[in-house]
Design a protein around this ligand. Structure first.
Ligand code: PXG
Length: 460
């Protein structure tokens, strides 16, 4: 073995201890224990190494979060310096600290001018928890306390805490105790699977009109906000048709419903714009952020508010009854600051928009444009989804598409590339610092995994 680190313990030893104590995310724990998880031990740039010394090109930026890749010394130095200087203080009791002040300054210099305030959290789930109470508070301040209902989308994902899972539209999460009152859902704009005979533009418009119908059904006087990801991430990297967002925005404005964009995945350069709503060209009232804010080096999230909302809450709202021990944590803030500076000063977002993003999509279209297993390629910037299809003419999907995609992901691991499977789609979202050569490798290894899958599916 030629490892770039000293292995501390045997893989099986790690796995046995993990099985004895740890409940993992979104798995059948018993089945995982029998198989044993991969033990990841090191990261550098786009690459990861496991405890067996196998190297992987991480095509998913961890969980859509390591914008700068692994092993950035500027980020670790920022964390160490902040820990030495002031490892912790809080935002309670009329105090603040320079790290969080400077982070906010930089954040709002990157955001469009109609946003002015942020409530910091430790995660995306928390950002969406805070969202619900903040939106309700806003309507209370405006003298409309009956506006409490949030509308989300089926198959949307907004986190795993109670209210965040309720906002999301994953039924299996709702079934595990994940529902609260005053939350409703409309369909997702997934044309390939659900568009039937409609063209994408008409389907997108009809999906958006479901929001209007739902608002009228519930009564606009009772609806506080609509939350959605600009493109669905965990639900399969689904891009809405172009007709969708303008219509959603019109409906929200018409019925005085706040438009809440969950930018946890889309934010910080993923699409080649700083924020995904800029790519889609709409103007949300709130933005939930996390992940790329720190490149995943430390947990941090937040809820960004428009000037209009912040003005009401600050000038007329009185006491804002919310706070987390670690809101605006100085070490996380210092890392976020270093991360955003690097994304800005190294021109990384622009590079995604002008160079590496178009390069990735050109490659994907060359390699998969006529592939027998792939019905559609979606995405922009360093973000892409490959849709598996059984019959291209009718867009018929495989009955076992979930298993096929999981198999493809497993082939990817064997080939040394990490891509994400959701239902019948394979997703890639590599670090924004990816070079053209790394994108070549990503697509090349993905092609091998997809070809192997196509063989099992009888398509090659
Ligand atoms: N909103 C969105 C849009 C997300 O994608 C969250 C909120 C919750 O963030 P936290 O930091 O609480 O996890 C997320 C998280 C996947 C996957 O497999 C995606 C997420 C998390 C785990 C897995 O695609 N997104």
């Amino acid at each position: 073995m030629n490892l770039p680190f000293e292995p501390q313990r045997q893989t099986q030893d790690y796995q046995a201890s993990d099985a004895a104590h740890h409940i993992h995310a979104f798995v059948d724990q018993k089945a995982l224990n029998a198989e044993g998880p991969r033990v990841m031990v090191r990261g550098e740039g786009l690459y990861l190494w496991d405890s067996e010394g196998k190297r992987y090109l991480d095509g998913m930026s961890g969980l859509w979060c390591t914008q700068l890749g692994y092993g950035r010394k500027d980020l670790t130095a920022a964390a160490a310096a902040q820990m030495d200087q002031l490892a912790y203080y809080n935002m309670f009791f009329h105090t603040t600290h320079p790290a969080v002040i400077e982070l906010s300054e930089l954040l709002f210099s990157l955001l469009p001018g109609h946003y002015s305030h942020v409530i910091y959290t430790n995660s995306g789930s928390e950002a969406n928890e805070v969202l619900i109470r903040t939106v309700r508070r806003y309507w209370q301040v405006l003298g409309k306390p009956q506006k409490t209902i949030m509308i989300g989308r089926w198959n949307g994902y907004h986190g795993s805490t109670l209210a965040a899972s309720a906002l999301g539209g994953m039924k299996f999460m709702h079934e595990m105790g994940g529902l609260i009152p005053d939350v409703a859902h409309i369909d997702e704009p997934y044309w390939y699977a659900q568009g039937g005979e409609l063209n994408p533009a008409e389907f997108g418009r009809r999906c958006a009109l479901q929001l209007e119908e739902k608002i009228l059904e519930l009564g606009a006087q009772n609806v506080a906000g609509f939350i959605a990801e600009p493109f669905q991430g965990a639900g399969g990297m689904i891009f809405p048709p172009e007709s969708y967002w303008p219509e959603i925005q019109r409906i929200c404005r018409q019925y005085d419903v706040l438009l809440c964009a969950d930018e946890v995945i889309g934010g910080f350069g993923r699409t080649g714009e700083w924020f995904a709503h800029q790519y889609f060209g709409f103007e949300p009232d709130t933005l939930s952020i996390a992940k790329g804010l720190t490149s995943g080096y430390l947990p941090m999230g937040g809820l960004v508010l428009s000037k209009r909302m912040a003005e009401a809450l600050v000038e007329r709202g009185g006491v804002f009854a919310h706070g987390l021990t670690y809101s605006g944590h100085p070490v996380a803030a210092a890392v976020a600051l270093a991360n955003l500076k690097a994304l800005r000063d190294e021109g990384i977002v622009r590079q995604v928009k002008d160079d590496t993003g178009p390069y990735l999509h050109k490659l994907l279209h060359e390699v998969f444009g006529n592939h027998p297993l792939i019905g559609e390629i979606q995405g922009t910037g360093l973000l892409a989804a490959l849709q598996f299809v059984e019959d291209k003419a009718t867009r018929k999907r495989f009955a076992n598409e979930n298993d096929l995609a999981w198999q493809c992901r497993t082939f990817g691991f064997e080939e040394g590339v990490i891509i994400r499977s959701t239902l019948g789609r394979m997703i890639m979202a590599p670090a924004l610092v990816a070079s053209r050569a790394e994108l070549d490798e990503l697509v090349d290894k993905t092609r091998i995994a997809v070809d192997r899958t196509a063989r099992i599916a009888g398509k090659l």
